[in-house]
Write a protein that binds this ligand. Structure first.
Ligand code: CAA
Length: 697
């Protein structure tokens, strides 16, 4: 038998213990081991029941995702589960940790299920662009009814043991050791002469309006198709017998396996985990962080302080005056009240955070004991340097000094202190207690353990930390600035902001770039344009000024009620601001441009080409270590659709040669903006992809 399964006997119970760390993924060896274990239990005399239990952290985390996209290996999971269910012996699953995807499907193939209270179950296949493909869509509704089953499989969310018991997935919830619990439960069932209880033989619950459910799910999942296909797979249960339903489910599973969405989502799954695994940080011990200082209590500073409090850290927040301090305290209290309301923390934790862990101060000396200080003050080099001079004066040796700047030169900031090795950038995204992305900006002299601490802090705060090098805008804002410029060029040439937003939202972005600008505040982009003009624009660069006129008129987007859109009826009820198109037309006239029409495809193509080209430059220059670091930056900070995997995964799937050829075509009219990235040219010449670069590490 496979060494992934330990077989033992406890009287008339045969125990199959799964040993496939870290999370008992159902690899081929595990499937074979379970199959052989069932054979052995059935062949041995005196066995009346089989217990399946996981060793280590979990029952099963599901199919082995590393096997996806490769030829399927025998024994196939659906066959194994059918074989378990068809056993003449009683089969019991004892669940702890997670039982996800194929893992829950194995449990559904067993005749009885017991779980510890901390166990969690779910069918997260939709997060991989798939659906439950080993009978989950056919068995789960028979236990829970259609609505509850569709909720579990279309959202992919995990539910706790108590809830799973309530809706009929788990028979018994009991604290204790999973193996001992399982054996005792199996013995009890045997003693009671309990009957085998194959879920596949249970009657189907009341059907629902399938078309309405399909349409509603498709709308909810914003372009992602696999959740809606869960509806069709469940519907198939009603078109024939159980075997026919399984066959239909399998067909949909294989069809989804072929999709680009599946490729994108599996890339996102592994990249999300790889992003924090940097060779240079292997074996580097991070400094310990229990006490954090935050300078500045505006939206960003208050958000950072909230994130630190939620992670259980002690926080000193520094403001310049008691009045500003009071306002900052109010913002943090508001954020924590939201966390309390959403059930992220309980009332005791809430008051401990607000009344004990947080202190608002107005003197730098109060930061002398902090392990790490993050400044979130005004974006001006002179202001930042003044802050860092104070920090240099008061902070204890070994304290880490971090800037939340979104584009300023961290090397220059670091050089203004006597301890540049302790300085790094920690670039949060607003609202900082919600947004997952954290750019860890490693400057020339940042010590390795300081960089490692940035990553450790990011993980402690529940963020996705991405390593970035120093340049204007780091990874994310630099790429954003380029694709935004591309959008502005299209506007000069004839497209409207509203057409561009609609095209990109149809592509899958949460919001188009102009709606995003309205949300962030148009003053931010305005300040950036003024700064760049003051530094001197390249004479070959096209300048775009119509947006400045909106700002000059006091329209900064949502916060003033008007920007590209009018928000008179609230932030969600945006309508195009009628002042915008005349401003654009005036600028076109002033620049002597005859507008032309842009199709949705051309808008998307140019926008994505600009994004990918700049991203390739960012990777080529070493600002991002690997293409996957760019992909995760755009996914977690910029609303890029997860099901496309990220811009560079999208480019790989779309084809790099075609993209480069389009960029070269665009460059004929604007060679400055569309200069192809050397890395992109190199990959096309070598017939390689961005994923090949990822694999080099
Ligand atoms: N297959 C292969 N590897 C897996 C895996 C899986 N199903 N699940 C997790 N891993 C790996 C991770 O890649 C990671 O590897 P590294 O240490 O090399 O990076 C390791 O196991 C630990 O995972 P995490 O770092 O994510 O640990 P965690 O404790 O934070 O989370 C988890 C554990 C909740 C199981 C999480 O990993 C997870 O959600 N896994 C995916 C579960 C899933 O989607 N299952 C469905 C699979 S599809 C399916 O089953 C289809 C079907 O119907 C046949």
């Amino acid at each position: 038998m496979s060494d992934k399964i330990a077989y033992s006997r406890h009287g008339d119970i045969a125990v199959l213990s799964v040993r496939n760390p870290p999370v008992n993924a159902l690899s081929q060896a595990v499937r074979q081991g379970l199959w052989d274990g069932m054979d052995r239990a059935e062949a041995e005399t005196g066995v009346r029941a089989v217990l399946i239990v996981g060793e280590g952290r979990a029952f099963f985390a599901g199919a082995d995702i590393t096997e996806f996209g490769k030829p399927p290996l025998d024994p196939f999971l659906p066959d194994l589960i059918n074989r378990i269910e068809a056993s003449p012996l009683l089969v019991v699953a004892s669940m702890h940790g997670v039982s996800l995807g194929g893992g829950l499907e194995v449990a559904l193939g067993c005749h009885y299920r017991i779980a510890v209270p901390s166990a969690r179950v779910g069918l997260p296949e939709v997060h991989l662009g798939l659906l439950p493909g080993a009978g989950g869509t056919q068995r789960l509704p028979r236990l829970t009814g259609v609505e509850a089953a569709l909720d579990v499989m279309t959202t992919g969310r995990q539910i706790g043991a108590a809830q799973a018991h309530k809706i009929g997935i788990i028979d018994v919830v009991q604290d204790g050791d999973p193996t001992q619990n399982g054996i005792a439960y199996a013995e009890k069932l045997v003693a009671e002469d309990a009957l085998r209880r194959p879920v596949s033989e249970m009657p189907l619950p009341t059907p629902i309006d399938w078309d309405a459910a399909f349409d509603a799910t498709l709308t909810r999942s914003k372009g992602q198709i696999s959740p809606a296909w869960c509806v069709r797979a469940v519907q198939a249960a009603y078109d024939g017998d159980f075997a026919a339903g399984l066959k239909a489910e399998r067909q949909i599973f294989f069809d989804l396996m072929q999709t680009d969405q599946r490729k994108g989502m599996i890339h996102a799954f592994f990249s999300e985990r790889a992003v924090g695994n940097l060779p240079e940080l292997k074996g580097v011990e991070p400094r310990s962080i229990a006490h954090v200082g935050v300078i500045g209590g505006g939206t960003m500073g208050a958000g950072i302080a909230t994130a630190a409090l939620l992670a259980g850290l002690r926080v000193h927040l520094l403001e310049m005056t008691p009045k500003a301090g009071e306002a900052a305290h109010g913002r943090i209290a508001g954020n924590l009240a939201g966390a309390l309301k959403r059930g992220k923390i309980n009332a005791d934790q809430h008051s401990a955070m607000l009344d004990q862990a947080l202190q608002v101060v107005t003197e730098y000396d109060a930061l002398s004991d902090a392990d790490l200080v993050i400044e979130a003050v005004f974006e001006e080099m002179a202001v930042k340097k003044a802050v860092f001079a104070e920090l240099d004066r008061v902070c204890k040796p070994g304290a880490i000094l971090a800037s939340n700047t979104s584009y300023l030169d961290i090397n220059e900031i670091a050089a203004s202190t006597s301890r540049p090795g302790d300085v790094l950038g920690l670039h949060f995204f607003s609202p900082a207690h919600v947004m997952k992305l954290l750019e860890v900006v490693v400057a020339d002299q940042t010590a390795p353990d300081v960089a490692a601490t940035g990553f450790a802090l990011g993980k402690a705060l529940g963020k996705i930390p991405v390593r970035a090098g120093v340049c204007d805008g780091f990874i994310g804002n630099r790429i954003l600035s380029t694709y935004r410029t591309c959008a502005d060029h299209m506007i000069l040439d004839g497209a409207s902001p509203f057409e561009i937003d609609a095209a990109l939202e149809a592509f899958g972005f949460a919001m188009g770039p102009f709606a995003v600008a309205d949300l962030a505040g148009l003053d931010i982009g305005w300040a950036g344009r003024k700064r760049k003009r003051a530094e001197g624009l390249d004479p070959r660069a096209r300048d775009v000024t119509y947006a400045d006129k909106l700002c000059e008129a006091g329209h900064f987007g949502q916060k003033t009620g008007k920007g590209y859109y009018d928000y008179a009826d609230g932030p969600k009820a945006r309508v195009p601001n009628p002042d915008v198109l005349p401003l654009i037309e005036a600028e076109r006239a002033a620049q002597g441009i005859t507008p032309r029409t842009f199709t949705v495809d051309e808008i998307t193509r140019r926008y994505m080409a600009a994004m990918v080209n700049e991203a390739a430059k960012v990777v080529g220059e070493g600002i991002a270590r690997r293409p996957l670091d760019v992909d995760m930056t755009l996914l977690f900070g910029y609303g890029f659709p997860r099901y496309r995997g990220g811009p560079l995964k999208w480019a790989d799937i779309d084809g790099l040669a075609g993209l480069l050829s389009d960029i070269e075509g665009y460059a004929e009219t604007d060679p400055y903006f569309w200069a192809p990235a050397p890395l992109l040219c190199q990959l096309v010449a070598d017939g390689q992809t961005f994923d090949d670069v990822n694999k080099k590490g």
